[in-house]
Every structure is written in C-alpha cells, then in structure tokens.
Write a protein that binds this ligand. Sequence first.
Ligand SMILES: C[S@@+](CC[C@H](N)C(=O)[O-])C[C@H]1O[C@@H](n2cnc3c(N)ncnc32)[C@H](O)[C@@H]1O
Length: 271
Amino acid sequence: MTQLKKYVKNKKEVEIVSQFRKNYVKEYVNFLIKKGNIKQGKVIVDIPCGTGDMAKAITEKVNVEKFVVIDINKNMVKSAKEKIINNVLAIVGDAGDIGNLIDFKVDTIICLNGFHQYINRKEDFLRGCEKILNKKGRLIFDISTRGLDDEYTRKFFQSQRKEIMSLSKEYNITTQFPTWPNDSILKNYRKMIFDSGLKLLDENEFTTFKTVSQILSDAITIPGRSRPWIPGLNYKKRKDIIKKSIEKTTEKLGKHKIEYNRIFFILEKTN
Ligand SMILES: C[S@@+](CC[C@H](N)C(=O)[O-])C[C@H]1O[C@@H](n2cnc3c(N)ncnc32)[C@H](O)[C@@H]1O
C-alpha cells in the first residue's frame, strides 16, 4: 500500500501530472456533476484533490457555494487552491481524518484515483464521509484496475510484477508494485461501504483497451507514480526496469491489448 506525500515534489512535477490528467477531467466532469448531484449553491469536497484540475473544471460549470480541496501533499493543495478562484477552502491532511478535518456538513464528496492505492485508512475515510455528509449527500469514488474480464491482462501484470522484482534485486531494494483490484478486493470494498452506513446507489464501469507501449508511458509519465513502486532508484533506472519487465513479459506471453477498467461507486447518505 502506497501512502504518498511525495507523489509530486515541486511545481514542475505538478504541471506534468496536470497535463497527463487532462483527458480524464474532460471525460468524466459531466458524469461527476450528474451522478454527484452537484448543483448551484452546494458544498463540494474533492479529496485527494491532486492538481485541482477536476475541481477547476467543476467550478467552471457549476456555481457552487463552497469547494473544499484536501490532499496530504501541500504542493497539490497549493496548486488546487490557485486553480479555483472563488469560495475555496484548502486543507492539507490525511483522507482517513476527513471526519475531523471538516466541521460542517457537505453535499458531495468526490474521491478520484485515490481510494485503492493511496488511502490506507479506508474504513475511517468512509465513516468520516458518512459523518460530514448532509442527508441525501453523495460520495463518489473510482477504482482503476486492469483485466477484470481479460485473462491475458491479468497474466501480463502477474508476470510484469515478477520481472520487476527480479530486475530490482541487483539494487538490493524491496519493490512495491501495485496490486490491481480483483473481484475479491472489490467485494471487500462493497462490504466496507455497507459497514460505513452509506448506501451504494450504483456502480458504473468504463472499459478501454490500451497497447503494451501505452503501459510503459502510463507508468513513467507521472514522476511520482513509479517512485514508490521501485523506491530509491532514479527516474532513468526505474524506466529501464519497467521497460525490460514489459519486454520480458511480452516475450513470454505475446503482445495483445491490455484491458483497463474504471469503476465509479456512487454512494448516498440515506438518513
Ligand atoms: C493519483 S493522485 C489523484 C489526484 C486527483 N484526485 C486526480 O484524479 O488527479 C493521488 C493523490 O493522493 C494524494 N494522497 C496520497 N495519500 C493520501 C492520503 N492518505 N490522504 C490524502 N491524500 C493522499 C497524493 O498526494 C496525490 O495527490
């Protein structure tokens, strides 16, 4: 599990992430406004807000009463605060503490690209959201995973993980390559939701296919992404290991498309 304050280290890296996120923001902003019931005069929270690009896109479309941006990384919070001009409250903090970081009621909480990989205290986070949401308030979080319905993709990542471990051995480091959520992890998340008291209204899955070379680009474009996977090595060495792990994997399994899944969980506070 990666809990990452140094996802980005400085403004330059924030900008790289911002560029990379552009398509995601464009693709899902209207979906989030609709499913999150985001309307004029409402109070919205984005946690972890990252660069603040989604918050900016939402506030450009809806005149909300207040927008709260929270992230554990102060560089991200600073970036997000600068992007939203009006009615923004910026907080540096751990998502597990959300129930104490905010002492007023909110209408919608969005948690994008964070729940699975970055939030360690998931139960605290869900219970905290339940505590601060208004009645009928919504929490939306998404889970990005690979190969839910494609065996080649699952084998690809199993093999790549092994190759990364073996290639890293010469540097004497322990790798922390991410586990992509499978059916059993997703089942556990549904149980956590149930236990939190929030009601799961809907799950919306979006599936796309990428080429093997996109896997390399995805892994290394964001500087902070591979940093915790292969800790202690510089960018060039990390890139080299990831590239070789992919080559060795495709030698073994052949080159096919990789299945990417994104599932949005739409939750509501019912009482
Ligand atoms: C993949 S980014 C997602 C950011 C944004 N939601 C997006 O979609 O671009 C992950 C973010 O989680 C933040 N983060 C990591 N651990 C955290 C934690 N425990 N609490 C709050 N934020 C955290 C990182 O600083 C980083 O900005």
